[in-house]
Design a protein around this ligand. Structure first.
Ligand SMILES: [Zn+2]
Length: 170
C-alpha cells in the first residue's frame, strides 16, 4: 500500500495520493513532510528512497468537495462485504448487487436502492421487494457523505495508523 495522505496547510486531510505524486509535489516544493519522525517504519521505502506517509501542501488550496463514485467496489465497501439480507460476509467475487426495489420494475441505480447481496439471497429475492420476499434488510442503503473517511475503509490498519490522528483532529 504505497499511498500517501495529503494534508492542506492547516493539517486537514484532503486526499490520498500515490507515492509518485507525493514525490513530484515534494520536489516541486508544493508539499513538505507533515511531521519528521525518527521512525523509519513511518516512511514508505521505494528502492533507497524514503517517502513520508503524510505530506502537507505548502500553499493555500481551495478544497473542492469530491463526490464519491457510484460503483460496485464502493457499494461493497459501504456494506463491508456483508450480504445485506443474511448478514454473512463474503469475498467480493461472490457478492452481487441487489436492487432493493427491483430493476425489472424500474428500481433506480442509486446508492439508496443498491445493496451488497450474496448469490443465494439474490436468487431467493428475485424480482421482488424485500417485503414481498419477506426478507429484511440489515440497514437502509445510504449515500456515504465524507469521501475521504470512506476511502479510509479501503486501507489496512498498518497504513491507517499513520494517518488516523489527522482525521480525528479534523
Ligand atoms: Zn445473503
Amino acid at each position: 500500500m504505497q499511498k500517501v495522505l495529503l494534508l492542506d496547510k492547516e493539517n486537514r486531510p484532503i486526499n490520498i495520493c500515490s507515492w509518485k505524486r507525493a514525490i513530484i509535489l515534494l520536489m516541486k516544493g508544493k508539499a513538505e513532510t507533515a511531521r519528521y519522525l525518527n521512525d523509519i517504519d513511518s516512511m514508505i521505502k521505494i528502492d533507497n528512497v524514503l517517502i513520508p506517509r503524510v505530506i502537507k501542501l505548502t500553499y493555500e488550496l481551495a478544497v473542492q468537495y469530491k463526490e464519491l463514485p457510484f460503483c460496485r467496489e464502493n457499494i461493497l465497501v459501504r456494506d463491508e462485504f456483508v450480504c445485506q439480507y443474511c448478514g454473512k460476509k463474503f469475498p467480493a467475487a461472490e457478492l452481487t448487487l441487489d436492487h432493493v426495489y427491483p430493476k425489472s420494475r424500474l428500481g433506480p441505480d442509486i446508492w439508496e436502492n443498491i445493496v451488497a447481496c450474496c448469490q443465494e439471497c439474490n436468487q431467493k429475492k428475485a424480482d421482488r421487494t424485500p417485503k414481498e420476499a419477506k426478507m429484511k434488510l440489515l440497514r437502509r442503503p445510504y449515500r456515504p457523505k465524507d469521501y475521504l473517511k470512506f476511502e479510509l475503509k479501503k486501507y489496512p490498519e498498518s497504513v491507517i495508523k499513520y494517518w488516523k490522528e489527522y482525521f480525528e483532529a479534523s
